[in-house]
Design a protein around this ligand. Structure first.
Ligand SMILES: Cc1cc2nc3c(=O)[nH]c(=O)nc-3n(C[C@H](O)[C@H](O)[C@H](O)COP(=O)(O)OP(=O)(O)OC[C@H]3O[C@@H](n4cnc5c(N)ncnc54)[C@H](O)[C@@H]3O)c2cc1C
Length: 372
């Protein structure tokens, strides 16, 4: 289906910047680019009405890494790069809260817990490991005791054995993902940026001083010429740039019916963050399980089994919502954000902590575009 004269003239011609992907990265990049170039006409193109990636489907953890995740990152990335990554996440979370406001994103400074199960893939770090981790992190968190070992048996709604311990992370929180996505879209609209949904970019092609975004409508492909482009399609990045080291992986989320008098405050990480749980308006949300490498049905069965055994009161309630989303991961937890050429930038592979790091990466993408 071809575009009408009016559609072409009003929406697709004369753009200064075209952004592919309307998740947290693409939309933030649009906001920062617009600040730097107030006269630019910017359009963000997304194939899905609400955004088909993690931004509309995530679990709402405003997290920068559990103790065991950060211990692993120090080994894979080295002390400096791992700490820089935490800094970028903390900066991104601050930007998100400042740009949209805590009420608009439903931010709650809940703190989080990391639990350890017998036979699980992680063990409780020793006190000296936690002391070392806290010292290494204090430079970026500004507190001497980011993590603390506590007794899990004292936690509300958890029937833990007497001596079981957990790690409390005091600086993490949760957001309302729906509110965040919606208020980010409102902010983008208020800044005069067009978010055009329902348009899939089938192919990108470099042109003299710019790019062609070939968009698909029905059976027809139409090139849109943009002098500047940002690709922010995260898990789906290799569909447009095949050589990138990004793998799409599925992640499942379940939400129960409301639980009467449910006293559950902290968000929870298990198995190095591969399984996660939190309270959502007195419902239990549990998700993850991609490390089991089993099909969707078996993943759901195991998530429910874990939930029932860790929080017995969830046995009495039905699952009311279930969905699957796609994460973009790679060899390390570092996102890919770099110039493809003078007029094109790619900002993808956000991994499992995109809520916190997303705006930082959007800002980096916009800054890279302005570099000669
Ligand atoms: C189930 C799940 C739970 C998660 N939970 C958390 C959490 O609790 N905390 C956390 O920090 N992170 C979480 N994440 C990760 C986080 O959501 C992502 O890292 C983050 O949202 C990525 O943002 P993004 O803008 O890079 O990409 P996305 O939000 O994935 O956006 C990419 C967009 O590109 C669009 N697109 C793709 N290809 C094309 C194309 N060819 N043409 C046009 N449009 C295209 C897609 O429709 C999509 O809207 C979770 C992810 C999933 C899947």
């Amino acid at each position: 289906m071809a575009f009408s004269y009016w559609e072409s003239k009003e929406w697709l011609e004369g753009l200064d910047l075209g952004i592919v992907g309307g998740g947290i990265v693409g939309l933030s990049a649009a906001l920062f680019a617009q600040k730097q170039h107030p006269n630019w006409r910017i359009a963000v193109l997304d194939s899905d009405p609400f955004g088909g990636g993690g931004t509309s489907k995530n679990a709402g953890f405003a997290c920068f890494g559990s103790a065991t995740e950060l211990m692993a990152d120090r080994i894979t990335l080295g002390d400096k790069a791992a700490r820089d990554l935490v800094q970028t996440r903390l900066d991104g979370l601050r930007l998100l809260r400042e740009t949209l406001g805590d009420a608009q994103i439903g931010f709650e400074p809940s703190g989080s817990m990391e639990f350890f199960r017998q036979g699980g893939m992680t063990r409780l770090p020793s006190n000296s490991e936690i002391f070392d981790l806290n010292g290494w992190l204090s430079e970026v968190t500004g507190v001497p005791d980011t993590f603390e070992v506590i007794h899990a048996s004292h936690l509300a709604e958890r029937q833990a054995p007497e001596h079981e311990c957990a790690i409390f992370s005091r600086l993490e929180g949760v957001i309302d993902t729906g509110k965040m996505n919606r208020s980010l879209r409102k902010k983008v609209a208020a800044a005069g940026i067009d978010l055009i949904t329902g348009l899939r970019v089938h192919k990108i092609e470099p042109q003299d001083s710019g790019w062609h975004l070939h968009v698909q409508r029905g059976d027809e492909l139409t090139p849109i010429r943009v002098p500047n482009m940002i690709v922010a399609t995260n898990a789906f990045a290799t569909q447009l740039i095949p050589h990138l080291n990004v793998q799409p992986v599925k992640n499942q989320v379940l939400v129960t019916a409301p639980i009467p008098d449910w006293d559950f405050r902290h968000s929870v990480h298990l198995d190095a963050g591969y399984v996660y749980a939190r309270n959502v308006e007195n419902r239990m949300l549990i998700g993850g399980g991609r490390h089991w490498n089993v099909d969707a049905e078996e993943t759901e069965r195991r998530l429910i089994e874990w939930m029932h055994s860790l929080w017995p009161r969830t046995q009495d309630v039905a699952i009311t919502h279930r969905w699957t989303g796609t994460l973009g991961i790679g060899d390390t937890r570092e996102p890919i954000v770099r110039q493809i050429d003078k007029h094109g930038v790619v900002a993808v592979r956000l991994g499992g902590m995109g809520v916190a790091i997303g705006m930082s990466i959007g800002r980096q993408a916009a800054n890279l575009l302005s570099m000669e």
